[in-house]
Design a protein around this ligand. Structure first.
Ligand SMILES: NC(=O)C1=CN([C@@H]2O[C@H](COP(=O)(O)OP(=O)(O)OC[C@H]3O[C@@H](n4cnc5c(N)ncnc54)[C@H](O)[C@@H]3O)[C@@H](O)[C@H]2O)[C@H](O)CC1
Ligand SMILES: [K+]
Length: 511
């Protein structure tokens, strides 16, 4: 399913109306009906609602909702704001219908604050149809006051039409105030703000409603971003062939597991095997070799030059050039640590003609000089959390989080890598500028070891020959799904090894 910017949605809307010939009023009727049905489902029986409608098409949807709720026996009051003169023909049409049906229509003016508040306090539900994707800039008067009154005075159910009024559709930013909704019904496809903070926290539960734009029509005006879905990459995870052997599923090299961080590499290794890698070799500083070998069961352990305290050095093993050919991908970072000569070390690694996953300290090393990626012409996937992303772009976590979508896309394009920007709703950005947003996951994953598990899953998918964007999308989805499945009584107690144990069940959901 596409994930839209406001402009992409407008383009599709216009295309559906002007080129395909679906009347705009039909789309508006369908949108309003979907939202009204959601309310009727949630609040059975005869209820009361206040519909706060702006003068754009979001308000037009509000008029449809008002009419349908009234037909269902609800007591409905519409409060209108904005410039009526500017209404689109569709919004005007449904406004007229409401007037003709003698619905209670009130026009907002600054002296009527107490009346509106009273109305909001009495209603069982409020429909926020003030502003949708057409919002531009800070909330202007009187919308700000209306939004504040909805938030302060109403204690029942708040349904936002398309987006909570006051949020910026493309960035998820809120400049002054936004409606705090319990449920948001969005039309034709989700918008970026539904997955970006702070807006996503204001939207409540998200319902995506079909408003009658056929999928084939949507496909002719595709958005640049998609919601991550197994339908895109599930084909790569088909059941294993009866005639296969371990060599059929690739050999992953994981570099990490330095002193004090052995567990990180071991978890990546376990996750990689659980995701179907044929073989995994752990490359660890030689001082760690014995203890690692006694800890893991299925993996091969390869001792790397050690500075004497279980840490990597700038050197590579003497047989590196021959041995590297055996691996189909390399994951670098889980428990890697920092060390002298690390930049040259990473630079040499980037020369290998194998797909690479860079995580954790590999990203911190890369952040010193991301230009070392120049000239690399094999797939590279970086998996930063917001802190690592901030170091990569040389800014703060706050500014990364305020523009996750743009930061991930620009960095992926500029450095020709796949960026997996982690977080609730991880973003997968490809070198070609396209993006996918993941919706599986659980707060259980907010714990040490989660990133190592993701790296192992991703490495395993790459060694099985899955192209980088699909591998990253599948890895993030499986990781989130396994995280959800791993929660037993409480997400508090779920640990990374529990997540590893559920990777198989997550894969099973895809088959
Ligand atoms: N997706 C679809 O195909 C359909 C969507 N529908 C609904 O239409 C809105 C978008 O409608 P649009 O008329 O473009 O914009 P809005 O109603 O969101 O707002 C325009 C309105 O608001 C004023 N305004 C803009 N910015 C501000 C501000 N910062 N402060 C105050 N006022 C502002 C502006 O002057 C205009 O008057 C979409 O969200 C859906 O709900 C269709 O109904 C069905 C098809
Ligand atoms: K709205």
């Amino acid at each position: 399913m596409y994930l839209y910017t406001a402009q992409e949605m407008r383009d599709l809307d216009r295309y559906a109306i002007e080129q395909v010939g679906i009347p705009g009023s039909v789309l508006m009727e369908n949108a309003g009906r979907a939202a009204a049905e959601e309310l009727l489902r949630r609040l059975p029986g005869e209820q009361s609602a206040v519909v706060v409608a702006g003068s754009g098409n979001n308000g037009g949807d509000g008029f449809v909702i008002a009419r349908l709720l009234s037909s269902a026996g609800w007591k409905v009051t519409v409060w209108m704001a904005g410039n009526e003169e500017k209404m689109s023909p569709e919004a005007r049409l449904f406004h007229r219908v409401c007037s003709n049906l003698d619905l209670q229509m009130e026009r907002w003016s600054s002296g009527r604050g107490e009346e509106l508040s009273e109305s909001l306090r009495r209603a069982d539900a409020v429909v926020d149809a003030l502003l949708g994707t057409g919002v531009k800039g800070d909330l202007r008067s009187p919308y700000r006051e209306l939004v504040e009154r909805i938030n302060q005075e109403h204690s029942g159910l708040v349904l936002a039409v398309d987006v909570p009024s006051g949020v910026q559709s493309d960035t998820g930013a809120i400049s002054s105030e936004a409606v705090r909704a319990d449920v948001t019904v969005t039309f034709a496809g989700p918008k970026w703000c539904h997955y970006l903070r702070p807006a996503a926290e204001y939207a409540g539960e998200l319902v995506i409603a079909d408003i009658g734009i056929p999928p084939a029509v949507a496909g002719r005006r595709p958005a640049a971003a998609l919601l991550n879905d197994p339908a895109m990459w599930g084909k790569h995870l088909s059941p294993r062939s009866k005639w296969s052997h371990k060599g059929s599923y690739g050999h992953l090299l994981i570099l990490g597991g330095a002193q004090g961080m052995l567990g990180a590499a071991a978890m990546s290794e376990a996750a990689a095997y659980r995701t179907g890698a044929g073989m995994v070799t752990l490359g660890v500083p030689i001082g760690q070799e014995k203890v690692m070998a006694s800890r893991v069961t299925e993996a091969l352990v390869w001792g790397w030059p050690d500075r004497g305290e279980g840490g990597f050095t700038a050197e590579f093993p003497p047989d590196w050039e021959q041995r590297v050919k055996r691996f189909q991908a390399i994951a670098v970072g889980p428990g890697l640590g920092r060390f002298e000569g690390e930049r040259e070390w990473l630079q040499k690694l980037l020369k290998t003609e194998r797909p690479l996953v860079l995580d954790a300290d590999a990203l911190n090393i890369l952040a010193e000089d991301p230009s070392v990626l120049k000239g690399r012409n094999h797939p590279t996937v970086v998996t930063p959390h917001p802190g690592e992303m901030a170091r990569l772009v040389g800014s703060s976590v706050k500014s990364v989080e305020a523009s996750r979508q743009r930061v991930a896309r620009e960095w992926a394009e500029a450095h020709q890598v796949t960026v997996v920007l982690k977080g609730t709703y991880t973003i997968i950005a490809s070198p070609d500028g396209s993006q996918r947003v993941n919706t599986t996951g659980s707060p259980a994953l907010a714990k040490a070891g989660s990133g190592d598990v993701l790296t192992g899953i991703l490495g395993a998918l790459l060694v099985q020959g899955i192209p980088p964007t699909d591998a990253a999308s599948a890895a993030v989805w499986l990781h989130g799904e396994a995280g959800q499945l791993a929660v037993k009584a409480s997400a508090h107690s779920t640990i990374a090894t529990d997540v590893i144990a559920r990777i198989g069940d997550a894969i099973h959901q895809v088959h």
